[in-house]
Design a protein around this ligand. Structure first.
Ligand code: FUL
Length: 457
């Protein structure tokens, strides 16, 4: 008889968060006046004429992302410099007053739709151009910008609120300092309610979520362990945490007793900078480096948000495209054949259960191990585990052993599993593999074994 189906326990993901987890790998498009001024942070006093892509092609951008295996793209609709890539009614500092004139948000969102990619928006809270920034009026204006973005461009899968708030930075041509209190100034709960109302399926990113959390670094690396659960706290006692005002030292790991389902997102750029600079064309990360990041982000249960900045033409540069497609080939080769599909799973009691919806999983009782039994020995060097996270995240530790002649030999171990855990090992050949799980509840939706030809000695 199969084990009883465990019921969902503890903090659980929403439907929107579950859909987000399944995307795993998405792309970031940093594109604005900075692309043309060679800066990373614009000052806010760039004339609109600065933005002038010479050969803009949203289909090329979406097609590269699609062929790279990304599931969605997030565009910087407005970066810190305040220039809006859509013809917003909130400020003349927008694309309609540039020589390019056309609505970049529309063009990219439509190209994404055509290519089968989801679309998301980044809207910088910090605005170095807007005369109202720092005053209460700006908050209404920021919400109006969000309202435009969330009503005119189809379904949005993610809304990105950057933590950089320039509390001490100078503003625009005036070069004056405007201080804000990031804990209270933005009144985030009201803004998030607006996002939820206009786009209920959108996941909101920031240091504090409420949909997913910044992983705490810009290196593309999640912590190990990595819990999807987390409790954001403010740097100062008694204050409300907020984007740009949160203690992030625990963000890479999350915590098993976190109060909220706030999975980690690893944002990292394919280049040293977030924006395109000609001087960085030789510094694009290699396919091998990107693969290593994938194992340290997606392979630890987080999502990977890889930045691929369009160049001055308004296209993904050849160097980035080459690397992205090379990376895709490495992933395809690594996960081409799941050897575990040939195995019988023992004991039968741990057999497949279903939550009655689309997901099936192996459930094990405390101390029970799962054994994959093969008729003929299989050779593998990569292990993939997935937890049935619709039941919550509970697995704390996994010990993997293999059968060698007449006994179990230790193979490898890991901590949390969550949405996905990838483990690379020296190749081993065996006809039995054993998994021992520790945790409050065990519901495993996938065990995969692979022989990655590019890792075999
Ligand atoms: C940071 C920003 O300041 C960078 O310019 C970039 O947008 C990155 C994704 O987030 O906080």
């Amino acid at each position: 008889m199969a084990n009883p189906v465990p019921s969902p326990t503890g903090v659980l993901p929403t439907k929107a968060q579950l859909a987000w987890h399944r995307m795993e790998y998405t792309g970031f498009l940093h594109f604005t006046v900075n692309t043309f001024t060679d800066r990373e942070w614009g000052h806010g006093d760039e004339p609109e004429s600065t933005f002038n892509p010479t050969d803009f092609n949203a289909d090329q951008i979406a097609s590269v992302a699609k062929r790279a295996g990304m599931k969605g793209l997030i565009l910087t609709a407005k970066h810190h410099d305040g220039f809006c890539l859509w013809p917003t009614k909130t400020t003349p500092h927008n694309v309609s007053n540039s020589p390019f004139k056309r609505d970049v948000v529309k063009l990219v969102s439509e190209a994404c739709k055509k290519a089968g990619l989801k679309f998301g928006v980044y809207l910088s809270p910090w605005d170095r151009n807007n005369a109202h920034y720092g005053k209460p009026e700006y908050i209404g204006l920021y919400r109006e910008q969000l309202r435009e973005l969330l009503t005119n461009y189809g379904p949005i899968f993610e809304v990105w609120h950057d933590g950089a708030n320039g509390g001490d930075g100078y503003y625009g041509g005036a070069r004056e300092t405007r201080k804000i209190d990031p804990s209270t100034y933005y009144d985030w709960p009201t803004t998030w309610a607006l996002v939820h109302k206009l786009q209920p399926q959108a996941v909101i990113f920031s240091d504090v979520g409420p949909g997913c959390r910044w992983v705490g670094n810009e290196d593309g690396v999640a912590g190990d362990p990595c819990w999807a659960t987390f409790t954001p706290t403010a740097p100062d006692p008694g204050k409300q945490p907020a984007p740009g005002y949160c203690r992030t030292e625990k963000s890479p790991n999350g915590s098993p007793d976190g109060k909220f389902w706030l999975p980690a997102e690893c944002d990292v750029s394919i280049r040293p900078g977030w924006f395109w600079h000609a001087s960085e064309n030789q510094k694009v990360k290699t396919p091998e480096q990107l693969k290593a990041l994938y194992f340290k982000s997606v392979g630890r249960g987080a999502n990977l948000l890889l930045n691929i900045p369009p160049d001055r033409r308004g296209r993904i540069h050849e160097a980035d495209e080459r690397s992205l497609l090379g990376f895709r080939e490495l992933l395809d080769a690594a996960f081409a054949h799941d050897l575990a599909r040939k195995a019988a799973v023992k004991p039968k009691e741990a057999g497949k259960a279903t939550d009655g919806k689309r997901d099936t999983y192996w459930s094990a009782t405390r101390g029970q191990s799962l054994v994959l039994d093969f008729k003929k020995p299989v050779e593998f060097n990569t292990i993939r585990l997935r937890e049935a996270i619709q039941m919550g995240q509970h697995i704390e530790h996994v010990v993997v052993s293999f059968w060698s002649k007449d006994r179990w030999e230790p193979l490898t171990e890991c901590s949390t599993v969550g949405n996905c855990r990838l483990i690379q090992i020296e190749p081993v050949s065996t006809n039995r593999v054993r998994f021992q799980f520790e945790g409050k509840a065990v519901a495993v939706s996938d065990i995969g074994l692979f022989l990655d030809p590019n890792e075999a000695p």
